[in-house]
Design a protein around this ligand. Structure first.
Ligand code: NDP
Length: 278
């Protein structure tokens, strides 16, 4: 039976550590959260982030722009937030409406305030290993491995998914910890065979229950990044948990695994951003 990597417990520990550091230093830390339009899921995510801020002693500032906002208006808000000394982190909740050039918005954020680490300067730093602000989801996975004392060095690591926000930075971070890393995607041949070689398997695909027992080696560490909405409020991971859990040595649940760790890393990035700007 696998040990569960509990993201709720670990993220609560991380948030308590952040709060303690902020209190110890009597720091004033601010995060701006920008929401464009009225997407209900985005609204929920923004509310969660504001709650996380309150728990950590970080002040949150919410900016809501209409769905049909022009690109120039969003960019001028970013300019204003870049110049605001009370704001140390800027987060633009995604997805953004079609008329917005997401890349241009990401690039407009001062890299020192880029707490999602989507700016080219921060993604580039992940390549070189000279991290400052790191993509929250892969950073959350690395923190989970570290806190569970799971060593990456020399292990066969397979990451399924090559997105800029999860798969690619995940692979780089595992590589920097000396894993032997394979990145898979929709054109990969013999996917299940490759996954079955993994000591550490990370699924970041976006397809509910895609990773079945056929993909998993006995004793593997299985990290499920997927968050796939089912009917109602039910969320499914990319891993078929019931089938895979008996094989794995460690496994993350969905919900309650990587998701809360991602949010905790956003808080940690906000504190790091404050230090970088001081
Ligand atoms: P993307 O859609 O950007 O990327 C999905 C990746 O999976 C792509 O690289 C794609 O390959 C690959 N893929 C798709 N189908 C297959 C297949 N049949 N076989 C192998 N690979 C396949 O998604 P994201 O990276 O943004 O997110 C992935 C999942 O993680 C989603 O469920 C998302 O909701 C979740 N997520 C969870 C977070 C959390 O906090 N827990 C944070 C961010 C995301 P190709 O490149 O060839 O198209």
């Amino acid at each position: 039976m696998a040990q569960i990597l509990d993201g709720k417990i670990m993220s609560a520990e991380i948030k308590a550590e952040i709060k303690a550091e902020i209190e110890r230093g009597n720091l004033k830390v601010g995060l701006a959260v920008v929401l464009v339009g009225g997407d209900p899921a985005s609204r929920i995510y923004v509310d969660w982030k504001k709650k996380d801020c309150a728990e950590c002693g970080i002040e949150s500032f919410e900016y809501v722009l209409p769905e049909n906002v022009e690109q120039s208006e969003l960019l001028s808000l970013i300019d204003k937030l870049n110049a605001d000394k009370n704001i140390h982190g800027i987060l633009i909740q995604q997805p953004l409406p079609k008329q917005i050039d997401v890349l241009a918005a990401n690039e407009r954020i001062n890299p020192l305030k880029d707490v999602d680490a989507f700016h080219a300067e921060n993604t580039g730093r992940i390549m070189t290993g000279d991290y400052r602000l790191t993509a929250c989801t892969p950073a959350g996975v690395m923190e989970m491995l570290k806190r569970a004392d799971i060593s990456v060095a020399g292990k066969d690591c397979v990451v399924v998914g090559r997105s800029n926000i999860v798969g690619k930075p995940m692979a780089m971070m595992l590589l920097h910890e000396h894993g032997t890393v394979t990145i898979c995607h929709s054109r990969t041949q013999n996917l299940s065979e490759i996954c079955k070689r993994a000591d550490i398997l990370v699924a970041a695909i976006g397809k509910a229950n895609f990773i079945t027992a056929d993909f998993v080696k006995n004793g593997a560490v299985v990290i499920d990044v997927g968050m796939n909405r089912g009917e109602g409020k039910k969320v499914y991971g990319d891993v078929d948990y019931e089938a895979v859990e008996p094989l794995a040595s460690y496994i993350t649940p969905v919900p309650g695994g990587v998701g809360p760790m991602t949010r905790a890393m956003l808080m940690l990035n906000t504190l790091t951003a404050k230090k970088l700007q001081s």
